[in-house]
Design a protein around this ligand. Structure first.
Ligand code: GLV
Length: 388
């Protein structure tokens, strides 16, 4: 059993265990992957201010996101196809999250359905919702989330169309994988993954098959997004969704302060500063760089969260110090899930919590509410000196 000390260790095991098409799906950004890379490298531009001889006993990493208690200011982000990274992956990840005390967000594009995750977990999870054209499907999706006692809805607003990820097209990504020669050769080297997958009935898009009219087998994400996603989306339409869901609402996919103000007007409880993990607009600012201007615009009126680029407890600390009330991990928990199932997701959370706690203490802080920008060293030009 290898000694796992950080999230990168889990990633190495994950890469060996899971079919290439699903590893590539998670580990890609769109087009040149500039934004995908900068989401990570921009965290490295920030430095933490070391302090000494400050009492660091009695530490706690607990906090709140949208008024809900969290043991670490982290939620699991919605990730499509999670049940292809490991059999019944959404249920495994949701169980790990609930035991750890952080929210799990189920993707619309999940393999396990809303009902299935609710039946196999004890605590409420959050439901991510895409902005689709089909009103009936949307209403039923919100109703299903309510029946499943989901404690928040997360509306993703940055995917009216899909940014191209080259590898997904080259790999012919689908769920389940099509039995092509190339896939069979790769699957032959992934026997434990395959045996687990054969042992489950959950191999299709569980929230969609049997629920969306005329959609029998949306095995291809591309086909489905192309036909169902609403390219005509506007803020009035998002206000209609607000009316369909009367619980806590989070709007995900904001990178510009003007859009943050629009989201505020919709009556959301929080926004997520996110560029979709660098998977949509290649060339967009990294989330951590976009965060300060958005905080300036709306930070005193709405809770601001951040995703994209978080791979360590130090990253969580930097985002919180900058002013994010909470953060999300997507790939960082997928590495754990693909490597070791539920135990791997727990491992990823444990590793990051430890990193967060130690780094917070070495900055002279012992609780999340005392973390502020004073522990950060921010380069003068961090937000960029753009001509327009
Ligand atoms: C879907 O949200 C994706 O990024 O693939």
């Amino acid at each position: 059993m290898p000694v796992i000390t950080n999230v990168e260790d889990l990633k190495r095991i994950y890469k060996r265990r899971v079919p290439k098409m699903f590893y590539d799906y998670a580990e890609s950004g769109s087009y040149t992957e500039q934004t995908f890379r900068e989401n990570i490298s921009d965290f490295d531009q920030l430095r933490l201010r070391q302090r000494v001889a400050i009492d660091m006993t009695g530490r706690s990493t607990a906090s709140q996101m949208i008024g809900q208690d969290v043991s670490l200011p982290v939620a699991l982000a919605p990730v499509g196809l999670t049940g292809m990274q490991s059999a019944d992956g959404e249920i495994k990840a949701a169980r790990a999250a609930e035991k750890f005390g952080v929210p799990f967000t189920l993707s619309t594009m999940s393999i396990c359905s809303i009902e299935d995750v609710a039946e196999n977990t004890d605590k409420p999870f959050w439901m991510q919702v895409y902005t689709l054209k089909d009103d009936d499907f949307m209403r039923r999706l919100f109703d299903r989330a309510k029946d499943a006692k989901c404690s928040a809805a997360v509306i993703t607003v940055d995917l009216q169309m899909l940014g191209q990820r080259h590898k997904d097209l080259k790999n012919g990504l689908s769920a389940p994988p099509k039995p092509t020669f190339k896939n069979m050769v790769n699957l032959a080297t992934k026997v434990p993954w395959g045996l687990e997958m054969l042992g489950t009935k959950r191999r299709f898009f569980g929230n969609i098959v049997g629920h969306a009219k005329g959609v029998k087998d949306p095995s291809s994400l591309f086909e489905w997004t192309h036909t169902q996603f609403d390219q005509a989306l506007n803020w009035d339409r998002i206000r209609e969704f607000r009316k369909m869901w009367d619980g806590p609402l989070i709007i995900k996919g904001i990178i510009d302060p003007r859009d943050a103000k629009e989201a505020l007007n919709v009556g959301a409880d929080a926004i997520i500063v996110s560029n979709h993990g660098g998977r949509q607009l290649d060339g967009a600012l990294s989330s951590i760089r976009a965060l300060p201007a958005i905080l300036d615009a709306v930070g005193d009126k709405i809770e601001v969260h951040l995703d994209s680029g978080i791979r360590s407890g130090q990253d969580i600390l930097k985002a919180v110090a900058m002013g994010a009330k909470g953060t999300y991990i997507g790939r960082a928990f997928i590495y754990g899930l693909g490597a070791m199932g539920e135990a791997g997701v727990t491992k990823s959370l444990e590793v990051m919590q430890k990193e967060f706690e130690v780094s917070m203490a070495l900055c002279g802080r012992t609780s999340v509410e005392t973390i502020d920008r004073d522990i950060l060293m921010i380069p003068d030009d961090f937000e960029g000196n753009w001509a327009s």
